[in-house]
Design a protein around this ligand. Structure first.
Ligand code: SAH
Length: 217
């Protein structure tokens, strides 16, 4: 069960959370105001509502999580979202991250490999608010060749490799934000596709994501 009422109390808690994220180093006002506009408790069971505005990841079923708000803000900031961007997201989960991107004006294509989570997003009250998000059930390693090329690609699960098909589906000078796991450590990377097809790689902090898995479930 979920509560789709957004009270002054919720807004107050959200404001505190956004201030805390700003203090942790997020400077992009577009990201912060998008997150201020989206009630995070709408994405959680009423049993978890009282902790929805803590800066923590929470379970959304099927062993998966809604990412920690700071992590959502960090990835979104690295993506340098513009209102005209066409963005591919891997790992829909609760769809919170997809809605942050849509709130910033982007057109979003999001893929989820777990049927139960994909189905959970079918009837949510929020879905109708963001018609610019298109939902797909499939394996993110394959991307969406039919809808390529993308300006940006965001991976919200820990990837064991840089998925070659996703690199193919990225525009020249497009950016991919990806938590890459190497030797048991996940580091956030931002990859920019150069004109010759090579990747310019920047490395950021360590994070903790659920694994990006092959195939559908
Ligand atoms: N962006 C989500 C975070 C979800 S956690 C949110 O805002 O809530 C990561 C999600 O990635 C999980 O739902 C998991 O099932 C999904 N996932 C893992 N590997 C995947 C793959 N290969 N393709 C698509 N989704 C995948």
């Amino acid at each position: 069960m979920r509560n789709f009422e957004d009270t002054y109390r919720h807004k107050g808690l959200r404001e505190k959370l956004i201030n805390a994220i700003r203090e942790k180093g997020i400077t992009d006002d577009g990201v912060l105001s998008a997150m201020m506009n989206i009630p995070r408790h709408f994405f959680l069971d009423t049993a978890l509502e009282h902790i929805a505005y803590q800066d923590k990841a929470f379970p959304i079923g099927e062993g998966q999580t809604i990412s920690q708000p700071y992590t959502v803000a960090f990835q979104t900031q690295l993506l340098e979202v513009k209102p005209t961007d066409k963005i591919l997201e891997i790992g829909t989960g609760s769809a919170y991250q997809a809605m942050v991107l849509a709130e910033m004006g982007a057109q979003v294509f999001t893929i989820e490999r777990q049927k139960k989570l994909f189905d959970q997003n079918k009837n949510t009250y929020l879905r109708s608010k963001y018609p610019r998000i298109k939902y797909f059930y499939g394996d993110g390693f394959e991307g969406l060749p039919t809808f390529a090329l993308f300006d940006k690609i965001l991976i919200t699960a820990a990837a064991p490799i840089i998925p070659p098909k996703l690199v193919e589906q990225l525009k020249v000078f497009g950016k991919m934000v990806i938590p890459l796991e190497q030797n048991g450590i996940q580091k956030m990377k931002r990859l920019t596709k150069m004109e010759d097809g090579t990747l310019y790689e920047e490395t950021f902090n360590e994070f903790s994501f659920v694994p990006m898995l092959k195939g559908k479930n």
